[in-house]
Design a protein. Structure first.
Length: 246
């Protein structure tokens, strides 16, 4: 079974990464009960052989399964299934997603507004350079590293060291979340557009536009995360539809 060159179903197929294909395969097997709660997954070597993928690709998929609360890795013993359905609140490093998003909404949205009013020419040069590099980057790992630097640079432009310290504290979690969303949600190009809107607001010194752009960016992060973790509920939950039309 070769999962290294897969496409999603639908009228307009979206080419997905080998990691995403492996994750979808293993997640589906767990949800169908092919691997029951308590079962140990086959060894990495065996899974690589069956799925015809490299060990780094497989390990990324296994990390994603663990983030989603489906498995746990036990040193020296292997990977075990602990749930047949993804948790509603995945963990990124030391923080669960809901806590991370709540803090980001209360910190990064006003910070963007302050940055629009307080940024220097040097801040704009740095942010513009980062943005241009991100728009050209195709490697997820490199892009994620620059994504963290971008959000740190916004905090720096706000000219309050406490804001930067908060972003530094959650930087590892932000990077893990960013990698997760980019590998499984195809977020990179959309994120680049959202980042550009933030930078343009800073260039214009528009506090309102900067706040709105960062608010939109974080809302899209949350929506993509929900779609990945709870795809069926996200499509069919009536309460979600009510909110969408509110």
């Amino acid at each position: 079974m070769n999962l290294s060159d897969s496409q999603t179903a639908g009228d307009v197929p979206r080419r997905i990464s080998a990691m995403e294909a492996v994750l979808n395969h293993l997640r589906g097997a767990i949800e169908r009960g092919e691997y029951a709660v308590g079962d140990k997954l086959p060894s990495e070597a065996e899974l690589c052989r069956r799925l015809e993928v490299s060990r780094p690709v497989l390990r990324e998929a296994l990390r994603a399964l663990q983030t989603m609360g489906l498995t746990v890795s036990r040193t020296g013993k292997g990977t075990f299934v602990i749930s047949d359905g993804a948790v509603a609140d995945p963990t990124f490093g030391d923080y669960v997603a809901s806590d991370l998003l709540e803090v980001r909404r209360h910190v990064e949205i006003p910070v963007a507004g302050y940055a629009a009013l307080r940024r220097t020419a040097e801040d704009l040069d740095h942010l513009t350079h980062l943005l241009e590099r991100m728009e050209q980057e195709t490697d997820t790992t490199a892009w994620v590293a620059m994504d963290s630097l971008f959000h740190l640079a916004i905090a720096q432009a706000a000219r309050n060291p406490v804001f930067r310290r908060v972003i530094e504290e959650i930087r590892d979690a932000l990077a893990r979340q960013s990698a997760f969303l980019n590998e499984l949600g195809g977020r990179r190009e959309q994120s680049n557009r959202e980042h550009r809107a933030i930078v343009e607001a800073l260039i214009d010194r528009s506090e309102d536009d900067a706040v709105a752009a960062m608010e939109h960016h974080l809302a899209r992060v949350e929506t993509t995360l929900t779609t990945i973790v709870r795809p069926q509920q996200h499509r069919t939950d009536p309460s979600t539809e009510d909110e969408d039309h509110a």
